[in-house]
Design a protein. Structure first.
Length: 559
């Protein structure tokens, strides 16, 4: 409904601009704290027409026609702005639209195919706290894009080549595999292999030989590499699933070598005017693109690098979709920029890249052995444990299973929301104490509002079909207008690849619902009004549930 209102406003504004003689004016509108939509077009026209923005706004408003049967109530001049206001039909239509659409509310009609890659952590140990921001940003973006209608395939690019994996293979063959979660066990044999290399530098040649055999396609070596990676990946995937993060496809780096794609991409690079041979290695001189560091495509021993195989991977992706989106940490800024430049040189479509800064923990916030990084599993265990204590304190009458289920939903939701609420380009510190605070507008704050909606409806024996025209209190109107914005929020977050916009919306929607619940009686209202307000609560429950779902967060019916 809001998008229809926006289209109507844009058309009315465009017609008025033309009628007023400002045919070069663009009918741009935006959300405003002082109106439902506003236009600042007068600022852009003022210098050309040598009139004050206020005078131009007045001329435009005089030419705007508000039609019966539309969604515009009235239009006003506010200084240099043209302000538009929605009418009662918009309010009633929003309620009807939410009730009719149910879980489809907020969905849009985009249809392009997208491949989105995220996480892709090296399979030599468990995910750590630094990885989870990549996973949560990527997963949330995929959910937003799907809500917008895109056909999204989420991929994990599996590193099954290179020195780190060769070290894992060596470690598995020479050290005992601990009896613990497979990714944690893999880390221990990897660390043991690195210590052995420090003590005996001659092992380096053995590691190099493993790498060369793998690249040459030696069947036995390739099987050892793949088995080692699968073992670690099993544990990594279980951690991702615990966070409600899912991948559609795991693409193996080594497949691009065995298929000949890497050889072909090296051949294409060699023909480029930017290619140079240096001591037997093939490099690209990217100085023209602003990079001092050369892009190495082939080592002097003839083996490829991760960066080479990444070129082949992106060429492969470009043939399978209309858009490519990569989620990279800040440490990939240089290599990802170089990647884009090389792809342009080769005439291969380039990815859209989301760079995120790192997440950290407050010093001393979690106990761990000195010098050991915090794994994602340790963080999730701690957060779920603390969530259980909070649930037990609040809902001690529930049975053990119910408390554990709620604690899991609240704990995982707290991690996901606290990570996603911050714009990716800003660094952030995750503090479970703040994330789990029911009063500090994190995930529990939003989840509790959904549970409250469920409780109100349960106490009333279900929602009622009421008259939306009775919902005229300020708190009711503001809540309806905020719910109407959900499709716009999805559209904006999908267009700009900024999932934090949805987290902000979730908080603002919850604040308005709580204000409505606090100030406006529902169950004690007279029958007709009671039914209408119950209908509004039912709408709020639907929208909150959809918002939480797109954020990848569970929506408990009781907390």
């Amino acid at each position: 409904m809001f998008l229809n209102f926006r289209d109507e406003v844009k058309k009315a504004l465009a017609d008025a601009l033309k009628k007023a003689g400002f045919e070069d004016g663009a009918p741009d509108v935006e959300l405003s704290d002082h109106a439902d939509l506003a236009s600042s077009v007068s600022f852009k026209l003022a210098s050309k027409y040598r009139r004050s923005p206020k005078d131009i706004s007045e001329m435009i408003v005089e030419c705007i026609e508000v039609h019966d049967g539309g969604l515009i109530s009235h239009v006003e001049v506010s200084g240099p702005y043209v302000n538009f206001y929605a009418n009662s039909s918009f309010m009633s239509g929003t309620i009807e639209h939410i009730l009719n659409e149910k879980e489809k509310f907020g969905s849009l009609g985009y249809s392009d195919q997208i491949i989105l890659e995220h996480t892709s952590a090296n399979p030599n140990g468990p995910l750590h706290v630094g990885h989870i921001r990549n996973s949560i940003i990527g997963d949330t973006l995929a959910r937003i894009l799907r809500k917008a209608g895109y056909d999204v395939e989420v991929q994990y690019y599996v590193n099954d080549m290179g020195r780190q994996i060769a070290m894992v293979v060596y470690g598995l063959e020479n050290f005992e595999f601990p009896d613990k979660k497979s990714d944690h066990a893999t880390a221990e044999v990897y660390i043991a292999a690195n210590r052995a290399l420090e003590d005996d530098p001659d092992l380096r040649q053995e590691i190099n030989t493993l790498m060369q055999k793998k690249e040459a396609g030696d069947e036995n070596t390739s099987e050892l590499f793949r088995d080692a990676v699968k073992l670690c990946l099993k544990g990594v995937v279980s951690t991702l699933e615990r966070m409600n993060v899912l991948h559609d496809q795991f693409v193996w780096e080594g497949d691009f070598v065995s298929s000949g794609d890497v050889r072909k991409i090296i051949g294409s690079v060699a023909k480029s005017k930017y290619a140079e041979e240096k001591d037997g290695a093939l490099v690209l001189n990217l100085a023209e693109f602003g990079f001092e560091k050369e892009y190495v495509v082939r080592r002097s021993d003839g083996t490829s690098l991760y960066s080479t195989r990444d070129l082949a991977y992106h060429e492969w992706k470009s043939k399978r979709c209309g858009r490519i989106i990569d989620i990279f940490g800040a440490d990939h800024k240089l290599i990802s920029s170089q990647l884009v430049s090389v792809l342009k040189i080769l005439g291969i479509p380039t990815p859209e890249i989301v760079i995120f800064e790192f997440v950290s923990l407050p010093e001393g916030s979690m106990s761990t052995r000195k010098g050991k990084f915090i794994t994602a599993d340790e963080l999730l265990d701690e957060v779920e444990s603390q969530a259980y204590l909070e649930v037990d304190k609040r809902r001690g009458e529930l049975n053990e299973e119910e408390k554990r289920i709620i604690a899991r939903l609240v704990g995982i939701g707290a991690v996901r929301y606290d990570i996603i609420r911050v714009s990716p380009e800003k660094s952030t510190t995750f503090d479970w104490r703040n994330a789990l605070d029911f009063e500090k507008q994190g995930s529990p704050f939003v989840q509790y509002a959904h549970a409250r909606c469920c409780s109100i409806i349960d106490r009333s024996d279900g929602t009622r079909k009421g008259d939306p025209t009775l919902l005229i209190e300020r708190q009711e109107v503001e809540l309806i207008k905020k719910m109407s914005l959900f499709p716009l929020i999805i559209e904006t977050a999908a267009r700009d690849l900024k999932p934090y916009i949805l987290a902000t919306y979730a908080r603002e929607l919850t604040e308005l619902f709580n204000q409505f619940y606090r100030d406006v009686p529902v169950l004690s209202a007279e029958p007709d009004l009671r039914n209408s307000r119950l209908m509004l609560v039912g709408c709020a429950r639907l929208v909150l549930r959809e918002v939480l779902d797109v954020l990848g967060i569970g929506a408990p019916e009781s907390m």
